[in-house]
Design a protein around this ligand. Structure first.
Ligand SMILES: N[C@@H](CCC(=O)N[C@@H](CS)C(=O)NCC(=O)O)C(=O)O
Length: 245
C-alpha cells in the first residue's frame, strides 16, 4: 500500500494512524500537495492529499480511504459496533474534516505557514485573529461538551477520536495550544489521543518534515525511519489549489 501526502497534514495523519491501528504496512510519498506534478493531478483531481494506492485501486479523501480500509481490512475495526454509535462516530469525523479543517487548516495553518513558506506571500492577520479568538473557541466549546473525561469516545480508540485530535497536532505547528483552564476536558482528551502509539510514533517524522524544506524531505525522513517510497510525485514548482477552500 502507498500513501501520497505530507506528514504535516491532519488528513494524512488520520489515515496513517488508522493504518497503524490495523497493523497495516505501507510506503509513503510525503509530498506537499502544492508541489505535486501532473501525475499527481491525474491521481488526485482536487490536488489534495492524502491519496491511497492499494494494488490497482487509487483513492482520494481521508474519509473515503479510512472507510475502505475498514471494509477491506476488517480486523481491528475503526468504528464502534452499534448503528447509532457508528453514525455518531461518522459525524465527529465529518465535523473534524470540515469545521476543524476550516479553522485550523484554511484559517491558521494556511495563513501562518503555507502562504509564506510555499508561496512567499503574507498571511492575513485578520483571519488569524478571528480564528484564534472566535472560531477555534467555538470548536472547543462544542468539543468540551462532547468528549469523555477519561478514555475515548466509544471505548477503545478509533476513527472518531483520531479525526478530532489530528487537527490539534497541525495547530501546534503554528503555536496554537488548547487553553486547558478554559477547556480542560477537551485539552486532556486531545493529549490522551495524541499520546496513543498510533499517533505518538509519527511525531518524530512530523517534526522532521516541518523543519526540512521539501527538496530535502525524502532523504531526511528516510534517515529518521520513514518508509519512503522509491518514486515521488512531488518536486514541481508550487501551484495554487484547485478548490477555493
Ligand atoms: N476532504 C479531504 C481534505 C484533504 C485536504 O484538504 N488536504 C490538504 C492538506 S492538509 C490539501 O491537500 N490541500 C491542498 C489544496 O487544497 O490545494 C480529505 O479528507 O482528505
Amino acid at each position: 500500500m502507498k500513501i501520497v501526502g505530507s506528514y504535516t497534514s491532519p488528513y494524512v495523519r488520520k489515515v496513517l494512524a488508522c493504518l497503524a491501528l490495523k497493523g497495516l504496512a505501507y510506503e509513503i510519498d510525503p509530498i506537499v500537495p502544492f508541489h505535486g506534478d501532473d501525475r499527481f493531478s491525474q491521481m488526485s483531481p482536487l490536488r489534495r492529499i492524502p491519496v491511497l494506492i492499494d494494488g490497482d485501486l487509487t483513492l482520494c479523501d481521508s474519509s473515503v480511504i479510512c472507510a475502505y480500509l475498514d471494509e477491506a481490512y476488517p480486523d481491528r475495526p475503526l468504528l464502534p459496533s452499534s448503528p447509532k454509535d457508528r453514525a455518531r462516530a461518522r459525524w465527529y469525523e465529518e465535523f473534524a474534516d470540515t469545521r476543524m479543517g476550516e479553522v485550523f487548516i484554511w484559517g491558521l495553518f494556511q495563513n501562518l505557514a503555507i502562504k509564506k513558506y510555499v508561496f512567499g506571500e503574507e498571511g492575513d492577520p485578520e483571519i488569524v485573529e478571528r480564528m484564534r479568538t472566535l472560531e477555534a473557541p467555538s470548536v472547543l466549546d462544542y468539543l468540551e461538551a462532547q468528549v469523555p473525561a477519561e478514555g475515548f469516545l466509544f471505548g477503545d480508540i478509533g476513527l472518531a477520536d483520531i479525526s478530532i485530535a489530528v487537527f490539534f497536532r497541525t495547530a501546534e505547528f503554528v503555536r496554537y495550544q488548547i487553553d486547558a483552564t478554559r477547556w480542560p476536558k477537551a485539552a486532556a482528551f486531545v493529549a490522551r489521543v495524541l499520546d496513543h502509539p498510533s499517533l505518538k510514533d509519527l511525531r518524530v517524522l512530523e517534526d522532521a518534515a516541518l523543519r526540512t524544506p521539501p527538496p530535502q524531505q525524502r532523504d531526511v525522513l528516510k534517515a529518521a525511519g520513514a518508509p519512503i517510497s522509491a518514486e515521488s510525485l512531488g518536486g514541481a514548482p508550487p501551484r495554487k489549489g484547485v478548490m477555493a477552500v
